[in-house]
Design a protein around this ligand. Sequence first.
Ligand SMILES: Nc1ncnc2c1ncn2[C@@H]1O[C@H](COP(=O)(O)OP(=O)(O)OP(=O)(O)O)[C@@H](O)[C@H]1O
Length: 248
Amino acid sequence: MSQPIIEARDLGIRFVRNRRRQLRLREMFIHRGGRQPSSEEFWPLRHLTFDIHEGEAVGVIGKNGTGKSTTLRLIAGVLIPDEGSITVRGRVAPLLELSAGFTTDLTGRENVHLVGSLHGLSASFLKAKFDEIVEFAGEQVQKAIDTPVRHYSSGMKVRLGFSVISQLPHPILLMDEVMAVGDAEFKAKCYATIERLLGEGRTMVLVSHNEGDLTRFCKRGLYLNKGELVLDGTMQEALDAYNNVVRT
Ligand SMILES: Nc1ncnc2c1ncn2[C@@H]1O[C@H](COP(=O)(O)OP(=O)(O)OP(=O)(O)O)[C@@H](O)[C@H]1O
């Protein structure tokens, strides 16, 4: 078998949670002029080992705050691990959080060009595809394309983000709760695009709380709990394990 396209080995990352913001008024008086309260380190993810092969669609499930988005950010290279390693053999098209990394003071039009070029799309390609990208994002975005993105709704940002990112030729697609904010029309467009991209042999890692979306696209599932990979099996096995814990 060929080498995995994504290879995580004993992967871990440490974050610092600064306690200062959580101090109560009384505690602030106690600490006044004295030693600053210490920051608290924690591991949102630790000891993660998995391989993902080219063409696989893998769903990631787990309660809120269990490290799903952090896993995607590590794969995207936005975060650097403190332990272990993550090897990614191919370029990544990331659709993380609500947008594709838009600059909110720039207009939709400017962001399409900026984000597209940051991901390696040429100016001539973007010019040729611009109308298609905006049309895919829908009528509301079309009307607001020369308005700063800070005035866009969450749904509008995701629509435009998905529209740009789905144009990338990169072999790996990362998606974090993309369909959750879209309306029915956008979901249908997303489904068709994802099916096309998977049909082309792309690899996808999908974070979602929607069982329908996960089972629709992913044969394989990773179930994370408290920053640990509890189960790496079929999507249904991962969902069953997650639901057993949630219901007890
Ligand atoms: N930059 C950061 N600094 C400190 N803590 C962070 C940072 N980013 C995330 N965290 C914390 O790390 C933990 C894991 O967060 P993560 O966003 O990966 O969870 P998640 O499983 O994607 O959650 P959700 O389902 O709510 O999206 C949480 O406790 C979160 O508060």
